[in-house]
Design a protein around this ligand. Structure first.
Ligand SMILES: Cc1cc2nc3c(=O)[nH]c(=O)nc-3n(C[C@H](O)[C@H](O)[C@H](O)COP(=O)(O)OP(=O)(O)OC[C@H]3O[C@@H](n4cnc5c(N)ncnc54)[C@H](O)[C@@H]3O)c2cc1C
Length: 371
C-alpha cells in the first residue's frame, strides 16, 4: 500500500517505521522546515519502550536514555509521601526511560530506510477518489495514495476540517525546560503543593527535565520569573533546580489541552497520536499511545484476511486503551487538585494500589482489542 502521513512527530515517524517493517511505501509531509528537535524531555513507561523497541530494534533499548528505576512523590516542604519501584512494576514489559525529546525523534528518523520526508509542506485537505485517496498540500500540489494517516498533533487541521473537532483547554498551564541536575536526582521525582506540581526526571548523565504546572487562572504571563516566584516555597529535593534557572534557559510555556472524543467517518483517513487523543500528560502516555497506535495500525493495514474497513478495525482495537488512559489522566489531575491533607493521605496509603490500577492493564497484549 502507499501511505501518506501528515506530520513528522513521534506518531508520524513511528507509523512510517511500522509500515516500512510491513513492506508498505510511505511519504511523510511535515509543515515545519526541518525536524522538530526542541521540547525538553520525555518519559517513557514500560509499555512505551516495549513499542519503541519493536520499531528501532536497538539492543539494548536502555542505550537511548536514562533508566528510571523509581518514582517518588514529595510534599512541597520535602516530606516523602510515596515511593515505588518502576523497575519491579514494569519488569515483564519494558524499562522506564527518560531522554531529551530530540533523542527520541532522531532515533525514529535514523531507523527509517525507504520513507521520503518532505519538510515545509502541510497536508491541508483530503478527498476520496475511485481508486484511493488524494491529499492536498499547502503549496497546491497533491499526492495520491491508498491511505492518509493524520499524525498532525493536538491542533490537527485534518481533524478540524473533517469532523469540526477542536481541542479544549484543561485549565492547567505548564512550564518545561532542561536544566543542570544540581540536585543529583536519580528517580522520577514529583513535589506536590497546593494546586501546583513540580517534577524532575534525569535525562542524561548531568541534565534533568523539569516540569511545573498550576491552574491557568493563576498565571499572568508565563515568564521564567513567574515560574520561580510561584514555586519559591518548594524545598528540597527539587527547589534548587528552579532556583538556579537563569535567563538563558530555554523554557516552554503553554496551556494543556485535550482532544474530546470525536467520530471520524472518512474511510481512507486514520487519526493517530495527539491528533486522535491528546490528553493531560499526567499518565505520561502520549508518546506511548502514539507508538502503540503506529504498531497496531500497521498490523491492521497488513491483515488482508479481514474485509472490515481499516478505520473500524483500528478504532475497535484502540478505543478501550485510549479511553482508559484519558480517564486515568483525569483522575490523576483530580487527585492532584484535592486539598493537600486528603491528597497526601490518599497517596501515602493507597499510592501503590492507585498506580497498579492506572497502569496494570497497559502491560497487556497490544493486539488484544480489550486492552
Ligand atoms: C507538557 C507535556 C508533557 C508531556 N510529557 C510526556 C511524557 O513525559 N511522556 C509521554 O509519553 N508523553 C508526554 N507528553 C505527550 C507527548 O508529547 C505527545 O503525546 C506526543 O508528542 C504526540 O506526538 P504526535 O506525533 O502525535 O504530535 P506532535 O508531536 O504534535 O507532532 C505533530 C507534527 O505534525 C506537524 N503538523 C501539524 N499539522 C500538519 C499538517 N497539516 N501537515 C503536515 N504536518 C503537520 C507538526 O509540525 C508536528 O511536527 C507530554 C505532553 C505535554 C503537553
Amino acid at each position: 500500500m502507499k501511505i501518506i502521513i501528515a506530520g513528522a512527530g513521534i506518531a508520524g515517524l513511528a507509523a512510517a517505521k511500522a509500515m516500512e517493517i510491513k513492506g508498505h511505501q510511505c511519504e511523510i509531509y511535515e509543515q515545519s522546515r526541518g525536524p522538530r528537535l526542541t521540547g525538553a524531555g520525555i518519559f517513557l513507561l514500560g509499555n512505551a519502550t516495549r513499542a519503541l523497541n519493536r520499531l528501532v530494534e536497538l539492543e539494548p533499548i536502555e542505550g537511548l536514555g536514562r533508566q528510571i528505576r523509581e518514582q517518588r512523590i514529595f510534599s512541597s516542604d520535602g516530606k516523602l509521601i510515596h515511593a515505588m519501584s518502576a523497575d519491579d512494576f514494569w519488569m515483564d514489559c519494558g524499562p522506564c526511560l527518560a531522554m531529551p525529546r530530540s533523542v527520541l525523534i532522531q532515533s525514529l528518523l535514523s531507523c527509517l530506510k525507504h520513507t521520503k520526508i518532505t519538510y515545509g509542506k502541510a497536508v491541508v485537505d483530503f478527498h476520496r477518489t475511485p481508486t484511493g485517496v488524494l491529499a492536498l498540500m499547502s503549496d497546491g500540489s497533491s499526492e495520491e495514495g491508498d491511505l492518509v494517516v493524520a499524525a498532525d498533533g493536538v491542533n490537527s487541521w485534518l481533524r478540524r476540517i473533517t469532523s469540526g473537532c477542536r481541542p479544549r483547554p484543561l485549565g492547567i498551564s505548564c512550564w518545561r525546560t532542561v536544566t543542570e541536575n544540581v540536585a543529583d536526582i536519580s528517580a522520577w521525582t514529583a513535589m506536590l503543593g497546593r494546586g501546583r506540581t513540580l517534577l524532575a526526571i534525569p535525562i542524561t548523565a548531568d541534565k534533568a527535565y523539569l516540569y511545573a504546572d498550576c491552574r491557568t487562572s493563576e498565571v499572568k504571563n508565563g515568564a521564567a520569573q513567574e515560574l520561580k516566584d510561584m514555586f519559591r516555597d518548594f524545598g528540597a529535593p527539587l527547589g534548587c533546580l528552579l532556583a538556579q534557572l537563569d535567563r538563558s534557559a530555554e523554557i516552554h510555556f503553554g496551556a494543556l489541552e485535550e482532544v474530546p472524543d470525536f467520530r471520524n467517518f472518512e474511510e481512507g483517513l486514520v487519526f493517530i497520536g495527539d491528533a486522535a487523543h491528546a490528553c493531560s500528560p499526567s499518565m505520561a502516555q502520549g508518546a506511548g499511545m502514539a507508538l502503540e497506535d503506529a504498531l497496531v495500525l500497521a498490523e491492521i493495514v497488513s491483515d488482508t484476511s479481514s474485509r472490515e474497513p481499516i478505520l473500524r478495525r483500528f478504532s475497535q482495537q484502540r478505543q478501550q486503551r485510549v479511553a482508559w488512559v484519558r480517564q486515568q489522566a483525569r483522575a490523576r489531575d483530580m487527585l492532584r487538585g484535592l486539598s493537600p491533607i486528603v491528597r497526601d493521605f490518599t497517596l501515602k496509603h493507597l499510592g501503590d494500589r492507585l498506580y497498579n490500577r492506572s497502569y496494570r492493564l497497559l502491560k497487556g497484549n497490544l493486539m488484544d482489542g480489550t486492552f
